[in-house]
Design a protein around this ligand. Structure first.
Ligand SMILES: NC(=O)c1ccc[n+]([C@@H]2O[C@H](COP(=O)([O-])OP(=O)(O)OC[C@H]3O[C@@H](n4cnc5c(N)ncnc54)[C@H](OP(=O)(O)O)[C@@H]3O)[C@@H](O)[C@H]2O)c1
Length: 289
């Protein structure tokens, strides 16, 4: 049985990756501040600890999902962002290459500038904010270290959360109101994707490890703005949609791309594709919490 190491196993994506992959693989999951057994605590900024961990567990593949992924936090903490998103990723890529471990680096649609969608895996990257720049630098470092290393770009994610604010999608449910008018971004086009569909896709890919290497795109295909998502959530929660105002200009502090639709020319043609209806899926998320 393949042994898969997973960083970020305490995070939004990592928790579902862990619970999905344990059904088919031996999984060694690591987190940082939230790590409790069976997960291990591993500070990716501690290079000796990373080497010791790799030597001890000797995985066949490593999914690297740990990152600082909030663009505004990245902008305000550039040194910590570069240390985790770039330096730690580059170090992992080098150490994995030395040990013939296939690294799968989770990246983002924010490596693109959003001006010419849809983007193929081979499209030119041109990130608009520090988060995207840090992921672009990490992608380049990862791919330079081994032809068996992979970059997996994903769009905005949602799924089972410990609190609604954990996802940029489900947080919208905390921002809308039954009694007050609220404004929601109607400029950026997003493709909300359920973390379980990312996990199912990576599971299928890992079952054919000979296909690893290079860049992959995984994305659901329902295009919507945060305003559109707010309307769907208002319906689910029984709030009047008349209280939702679309905001048609870019509204957040860190620059955001307009539309980074990810085209998948590698996985779907192999029959590896998982998706779901957004309204039904977000309803499950909102009622589960
Ligand atoms: N969420 C999205 O909408 C989205 C969109 C596109 C791409 N992505 C990418 O998908 C991946 C997963 O994102 P996510 O939303 O699951 O992130 P998340 O929920 O914010 O989780 C971040 C993870 O990183 C870990 N971490 C933080 N600092 C660490 C350190 N020094 N050493 C080791 N681990 C550390 C955290 O551990 P503790 O919590 O235990 O401290 C946590 O497990 C990231 O690469 C992100 O860039 C996410």
């Amino acid at each position: 049985m393949q042994k898969i190491m997973l960083t970020g196993a305490t995070g939004l994506l990592g928790r579902t990756l862990y619970s999905t992959l344990v059904n088919d693989f031996e999984v060694v999951g690591t987190g940082f501040s939230r790590a409790t057994a069976p997960l291990y605590q591993l500070d990716l900024g501690n290079q000796n600890a990373v080497i010791d961990f790799l030597e001890l567990h000797q995985p066949d593949a490593l999914i690297h999902a740990a990152a600082e992924r909030k663009p505004d936090v990245c902008e305000n903490a550039p040194e910590q962002t570069i240390a985790l998103n770039v330096a730690a990723s580059e170090f992992l890529a080098k150490q994995c290459a030395l040990r013939d471990i296939a690294l799968i680096f989770i990246s983002t649609d924010y490596v693109f500038d959003g001006k010419a969608p849809p983007y193929l895996e081979s499209a030119q990257t041109n990130p608009l904010n520090l988060y995207g720049q840090s992921k672009q630098q990490a992608e380049q470092a990862v791919l330079a270290h081994s032809s068996r290393h992979s970059v997996v770009r994903v769009p905005v994610l949602y799924g089972d959360v410990s609190e609604l604010a954990e996802s940029a999608v489900s947080v919208i449910a905390t921002q809308i109101s039954a009694t007050e008018t609220t404004k929601h971004d109607n400029w950026a086009v997003r493709y909300p994707t359920h973390v379980e569909d990312i996990a199912f896709t990576l599971r299928d890919l890992l079952k054919c490890p000979e296909n690893l290497g290079g860049i992959f795109h995984i994305s659901d295909n329902q295009a919507m703005s945060k305003y559109d998502m707010a309307c769907i959530m208002a319906d689910i929660l029984g709030y009047p949609k008349s209280l939702l105002e679309p905001f048609d200009e870019p509204s957040q502090s860190a620059a955001r791309p307009h539309d980074c639709a990810l085209a998948d020319s590698r996985l779907k043609p192999q029959g590896i594709a998982h998706g779901r209806d957004f309204k039904q899926a977000i309803q499950s998320v909102l009622t589960a919490i």
